[in-house]
Design a binder for this molecule. Structure first.
Ligand SMILES: [Zn+2]
Length: 304
């Protein structure tokens, strides 16, 4: 029987300060999501915040059934970005940085009209994003007066920008595109990211950026891949595989079906990288084959 420890510890991804919380005590964290098993581990995602000076650092972490920290999902700093006399919007400063070019899209952002934040995924250098967001907020307000119920999808023109937006309660996802090629894919990604499981949970910017990379390579990718990327928290966990000597034979077996198995399975099984890490480190182009391979390994019970 494994020993369950009371307190979970990890380092703040923003300032490196050690943070402790008690997974059994809801007053020590902001929200919690439990997941299906992943390579034999029962994983849970927690959102934990601490304050330093006039900043608030919010960390989302994946924890296993023994309350051991398994990986960071994301972290960000809350900041106020001033806008003269108008509604105050703040720009989510979470890493990675927004993209500046994309083959199919021009601008992509998500905003929350109640919590007043804006998350930039893609921004052309010539557009002032916070201004665009503030004007969009007014357009949506106008539409709220006109319609009994707001349509889920709308189009607006601001300056000469043609905006496509999708609304989910206070969340608005907005796109300006270079053409129609990637509209369906970006819509699926943004709708998944603006699903509001926890009122205070801001969508993960890493996933927005990864999703934009996927769509730049495959504008018409299978929607299930985008949905899994955006919603499967298990992809953030580094795994613990107890049978190191067996790794080469497992890899060899999987390699017969998936020639790239070694570069994915070695770092994954030796616990040095999570699936998300691997996608960020240049494997994004193989995303559907990687998901396929993980399912194959799990289904065959190769790790048991
Ligand atoms: Zn911190």
């Amino acid at each position: 029987m494994s020993q369950i420890q009371q307190i979970t510890q990890f380092q703040c991804a923003v300032c490196n300060e050690p943070i402790k919380f008690d997974p059994e005590n809801p007053t020590t964290f902001e929200s919690k999501t439990t997941h299906e098993k992943f390579f034999g581990m029962q994983l849970t995602t927690y959102r934990v915040a601490h304050e330093i000076g006039n900043e608030r650092h919010v960390n989302t972490v994946v924890v296993d059934h023994k309350h051991l920290f398994r990986g960071h999902k994301d972290a960000f700093v809350e900041q106020i970005d001033k806008l003269e006399e108008e509604k105050r919007l703040w720009l989510v400063s979470q890493k990675p940085d927004a993209l500046h070019t994309h083959p199919y899209l021009e601008n992509v952002f998500i905003m929350d009209r109640i919590d007043s934040w804006v998350m930039e995924g893609l921004g052309s250098e010539k557009v002032r994003l916070l201004e665009l967001a503030r004007l969009l907020d007014k357009k949506v307000e106008e539409a709220e007066r006109v319609y009994e119920t707001l349509p889920e999808e709308m189009s607006f023109t601001i300056a000469d920008q043609d905006l496509r937006i999708w609304i989910n309660n206070s969340r608005v996802a907005c796109v300006t595109a270079k053409g129609a090629a990637a509209i369906t894919s970006i819509k699926i990604l943004l709708k998944e990211l603006t699903k509001n499981t926890h009122r205070d949970a801001i969508p993960d910017k890493r996933l927005l950026i990864l999703g934009l990379h996927v769509i730049s390579e495959y504008p018409k990718i299978n929607p299930e891949i985008l949905i899994r990327l955006a919603s499967d928290d298990r992809l953030y966990s580094k795994i613990e595989f107890g049978f190191i000597p067996r790794i080469p034979s497992i890899v060899e077996r999987v390699e017969r079906k998936y020639p790239f198995a070694k570069e994915i399975l070695m770092p994954l099984l030796s616990g040095t990288a999570s699936v998300i890490n691997l996608l960020e480190q240049g494997q994004i182009g193989k995303i559907s084959q990687i998901f396929d391979m993980l399912d194959y390994v799990d289904r065959r019970g190769l790790l048991r």
